[in-house]
Write a protein that binds this ligand. Structure first.
Ligand SMILES: [Zn+2]
Ligand SMILES: [Zn+2]
Length: 272
């Protein structure tokens, strides 16, 4: 049963991808939280590269949009209702959502690697609906409170930011490190910011697009280069993080790493 202190409408608007390159606004019932879930009024959703792929191509690898799907998984909002087993004090909390539901019982879940759960249900990954709608539900433990000085837009960016933070963790970025990041899309730039927070002294971002290199300089890179004109192979970096998925960038990036250095691959599109 839903516990709430406001009146929740029975219907909401949802932006539904019906077939590729077709999004329709629909009225849908507001979802009901299960006992361990919260009901969240969505405030901000950012558009991920995966949303763009589903929109343009109707698929990402083996994940195919076979029936109508709501996109969007980078989302923040406010808790407006809770299920039976969730304390009512959570109502009114501003939260960023970790947009997934692992099974909790398989080997990966029980050894603490729930991100690898083979039964994972993830927002905006067929057949699970995402967050381009007015209300969503999620397990209470995956609705992370954000402080008042974090805007909802910033809250929505915590999901992709966590990708960058984890990459820097995996790549063992430590104070003073010299890092090469390939690809200055949103993930590359958030990874550059994360590397800065980890104390990296030199953050070199490569991208073939001039505007993207400019963005990278604005948000955390210490220098940039155009890999179509300059070689990265002499850089001798402590760590290389690929955020491009481009086979060429990965091949040359590997050669840019010093002995005992680390490399971390975030994107895999061209690699399959
Ligand atoms: Zn994403
Ligand atoms: Zn599991």
């Amino acid at each position: 049963m839903l516990k709430t202190n406001t009146s929740i409408p029975s219907k909401m608007r949802a932006a539904v991808l019906t077939t590729k390159q077709n999004i329709r606004l629909e009225d849908r019932p507001v979802p009901q939280p299960e006992a361990d879930q919260v009901l969240i009024q969505v405030k901000a959703v950012s558009v991920c590269g995966s949303d763009v792929h589903y929109y343009l191509e109707g698929r990402i690898g083996d994940f195919v949009v076979e029936r109508p799907l709501v996109l969007g998984h980078e989302v923040s909002g406010v808790i407006v209702g809770v299920g039976d087993n969730v304390p009512e004090q959570r109502i009114g909390q501003r939260v960023a959502i970790e947009p997934q539901r692992p099974c909790g019982t398989c080997l990966q879940c029980r050894t603490g690697h729930y991100n690898l759960c083979p039964h994972m249900e993830f927002y905006a990954t067929p057949p699970i609906d995402g967050a381009f709608q007015e209300y969503v539900t999620i397990q209470a433990s995956f609705a992370h409170p954000i402080s008042d000085n974090v805007s909802y837009e910033e809250g929505a960016l915590l999901e992709p930011l966590s990708v960058g933070l984890w990459a820097c963790h995996k790549a063992h970025i430590s104070p003073g490190a010299r890092v090469l990041i390939a690809g200055a899309g949103p993930i590359g730039i958030l990874t550059a910011q994360a590397a800065r927070a980890f104390g990296a002294a030199e953050i070199i971002v490569s991208d073939i697009q001039h505007e993207r290199r400019q963005q990278a300089m604005k948000y955390g890179a210490t220098s940039t280069l155009d890999p179509s004109k300059e070689s990265v192979e002499q850089l001798e970096v402590d760590a290389f993080i690929d955020c491009s998925g481009a086979a060429k960038a990965v091949q040359s990036g590997i050669r840019a790493v010093r002995g005992q250095g680390t490399l971390c691959l975030l994107e895999w599109e061209e690699m399959r």
